[in-house]
Design a protein around this ligand. Sequence first.
Ligand code: FCB
Length: 445
Amino acid sequence: MTQLQFPAGFLWGSATASFQIEGATTEDGRGESIWDRFCATPGKVMNGDTGDPACDHYHRWRDDIALMKDLGLHAYRFSIAWPRILPRGTGQVNPAGLDFYDRLVDGLLEAGITPFVTLYHWDLPQVLEDAGGWPNRNTASAFAHYADVVARRLGDRVRHWITLNEPWCSSVLSYWIGEHAPGIKNGPAVAAAHHLLLAHGLAVPAIRAASPGAQVGITLNFSPADPASDSEADRAAARRHDGFFNRWFLDPLYRGSYPVDMLEHYAKLNQSPPVQGGDLATIAAPIDFLGVNYYNRAVIRDDPEAGGPGYTFERPEGEYTHMDWEVHPDSLRRLLERLHAEYAPGPLYITENGAAYPDEVAPDGGVHDPDRTRYIERHLAACHAAMMAGVPLKGYFVWSLMDNFEWAWGYTRRFGIVYVDYATQRRIPKDSALFFRRVAAANAL
Ligand code: FCB
């Protein structure tokens, strides 16, 4: 392969999330989150794993910054735990929580690493869930208040803000499918999704006011849909999947309306978004960048018997990761080109991309993960191709800096470019980390 050069200033980073790495879930006044409660509920998380000690990052953050510096990373996307800042969701601020992230931000800046702060990566304060969670409109205003508190404290140094991570997961996966906290099945997921989007819209001006000149964006997860065959029915089903997963969030953010075909489908499922006057304008207020999380595509077959949206997922021949997710880099290229062409969000960042494999420490002490290296390499080539086609992609954050708590999978799925030995908390850069360091240093593939 000839060398693929990235533009000067392209950001090479890694991403994590508070609940997945911090541990210390009861320390320094942190309140309970819905993920603490979910983990404590038997049968919800594999092996009964919990957020403790995770990667013990709450105590080892200095070492983790040093690790990123050693890998030559330019940027770090992390999230803030709302229950550390406002243990009761609203009201009394916990200074120790703010102090932790304040030190982290200073440490990153000293190391020459640009912080990208995600405000919500799923750890809702449990008290807010008890009051109705995301299906309750009040949660949106509580979020705007929380965003204001954090931006006032960090906004002089943090220049890049991401309001929400993957609202599809914190609505549909959490209140309809029930696989994520709070684990509600067939609940008011569409209301949850609307209030998440509203929370985003309300937080944007609050962040801008407290952090003048900052770049504010949102991160969505995408599931590009291919029909299982050329039949009209399969193509319509793929379009539905695209609607439920991708357009449901893109359209209100970038067009100020929900997709009409999906409103009709949701009405059949007795769900409709509880829109109040002005909501859609609030949601669609211009933002500075779009964060793209991409792992795999979906291949869709129409199936009226399937219930819900009326389709099933095919499992085409191909390569699969430990999550049983198909490796399909060209769908990332197509996704980026489509987003740029159809929604024109301006600057884009890959805020997550990566793969789980069952890594082990080899007798030589290294962790040899050629599949992950190959995964990253092929997806970077896809990014490069999209950029050549005119997509303004500004950076790539690998998921993840280190192995961590993979939600309902507990610690059984390793996504890190750095291996974590949970018993000793030793970190071992995998071969993929060394590969990523070379790419970042050369700014080329
Ligand atoms: C995404 C999440 C992230 C991680 C990866 C594998 O959906 O945002 O926290 O779990 O999947």
